[in-house]
Design a protein around this ligand. Structure first.
Ligand code: GUN
Length: 300
């Protein structure tokens, strides 16, 4: 391997330390505790794991954590009523509704019922519009984490060619906006892109966010490029024994690491940064709600 490893686990720990330090200052100076409410509808096992981890880390940085676990068949009216009460609760500064929602619930309607100032996911249409027009907004956590690591590695991103593979509302599109905001020349590639290997070969920065295990091979990577792997895919690993599995990203790590200048591993790359940025966003929302100075370096 020739690429430098971008250690998201260590980076996330420094973000959490910064958040924790600012939270204790808010308490000491203003008797204020940032609060995050997480709403989970149904029993999706992966979502349950994420929600537990979010709650634990929220408490660890000194914030208030509230979890609302609702039955799978909760009505839209009941969910909207809960969000309304959280919007009105002055001790709650961030609201996150875990996605995906069960089919009978309208995801857009639910997300857009969250007060945009408390929308720590940055998914509300107002925040999407603010980000797209370069105004102050809540920024989606995973792309924010990717941008922090890219800025840390490169310093300035100005003029670099960035290719984002994947066009989801959660990662691909906001990632492209953030890179554009940092003056990259940005291409969003997706399943219908013609000559995808050649498009990726033109990139100084590749962000892979498609949800397809090991889809990007090393011979698509320009020598020296930076590769950010957003994918978290569980695949069978018979080499580890019968029935065993392992986590892999959307890029083929070994072949990409042999060519890239820097690369994020899976696990231990982008994943830990997402929750760290959720905590950072909750702190930012709390500071904004109370007209207090925002901590530096925790948002764009
Ligand atoms: N499900 C998968 N990723 C996310 C995320 O970033 N936010 C929410 N709310 N749900 C998710």
């Amino acid at each position: 391997m020739t690429a430098q490893l971008i250690d998201g686990k260590a980076f996330a720990a420094t973000v959490r330390e910064k958040v924790a330090a600012h939270v204790s200052k808010l308490k000491a100076d203003h008797d204020l505790t940032p609060g995050l409410a997480v709403v989970l509808v149904g029993e999706d096992p992966a979502s349950q794991v994420y929600v537990r981890s979010k709650g634990k880390q929220t408490v660890e940085v000194g914030m208030k954590s509230v979890e609302h676990k609702l039955d799978r068949d909760t009505s839209e009216a009941d969910l909207l009523a809960l969000i309304k009460s959280l919007n009105a609760d002055p001790t709650i500064h961030g609201i996150l509704v875990q996605l995906p929602l069960p089919d009978h619930l309208d995801e857009d309607l639910v997300i857009n019922s969250i007060d945009p100032a408390k929308d720590v996911d940055g998914f509300h249409i107002s925040n999407v519009g603010l980000l797209g027009t370069g105004q102050k907004s809540m920024v989606p956590c995973t792309p924010l984490g990717c941008l922090m690591m890219l800025r840390d590695h490169h310093g300035s991103l100005s003029g670099l060619n960035a290719v984002v593979v994947g066009r989801s509302n959660i990662v691909g599109k906001p990632m492209a906006q953030l890179l554009l905001g940092d003056s990259c020349t940005v291409t969003i590639a997706h399943s219908r892109t013609k000559d995808l290997p050649d498009v990726v070969r033109g990139a100084d920065i590749v962000v892979a966010a498609v949800g397809r295990p090991q889809m990007v091979p090393g011979d698509w990577i320009k020598p020296g490029a930076t590769v950010i792997d957003v994918g978290i895919n569980r695949i069978d690993a018979p080499e580890r024994g019968e029935g065993k599995t392992r986590l892999v990203g959307d890029v083929d790590f070994d072949s990409c690491a042999a060519v890239a200048g820097a690369i994020t591993p899976v696990p231990g790359g982008v994943g830990p940064m997402t929750i760290a940025c959720l905590l950072a966003n909750t702190l930012t929302a709390c500071c904004r709600a109370n007209q207090l100075e925002e901590p530096e370096g925790l948002t764009v």
